[in-house]
Design a protein around this ligand. Structure first.
Ligand SMILES: [Zn+2]
Length: 123
């Protein structure tokens, strides 16, 4: 029986194969899966460069809260545990204190005086 399509090269393993469908790019489903896993792993690795520091800082601040709604911490202590004050996911204006709060997800921080920061959560 003659096949409807001409042989083509698998986009993953680069071996020639006879396609069953007009848009088939891979010789087997294993090659299709391997191709997408490889592409998604590369994406994840790239995104991890941005998200790892945010994740680390989020858990560091959450650890300081230790279940409390808010804590006041000396800025040098925060620097000591690796807090980067230019790293946050968003800023929101807190009308109660008339100040910008820097937030990582649900944990916020803002300067209370020259030396101290308040860490708080709305959770
Ligand atoms: Zn293949």
């Amino acid at each position: 029986m003659k096949n409807k399509f001409e042989n083509r090269i698998c986009s993953y393993c680069e071996v020639e194969f006879l396609p069953k469908r007009s848009n088939q790019k891979f010789c087997t489903s294993a090659c299709r899966t391997a191709y997408h896993n490889k592409r998604n792993n590369a994406k994840r690795k790239e995104l991890a460069k941005f998200f790892k520091p945010i994740e680390k800082q989020y858990y560091a601040l959450l650890g300081l809260l230790n279940g409390k709604k808010e804590v006041t911490v000396h800025k040098e202590y925060l620097r000591g545990i690796g807090v980067n004050f230019s790293l946050f996911t968003h800023i929101h204006f807190n009308e109660k204190i008339n100040k910008n709060c820097y937030a990582l997800h649900t944990v916020h921080y803002y300067k209370v005086d020259k030396e101290h920061y308040k860490i708080c959560t709305n959770d």
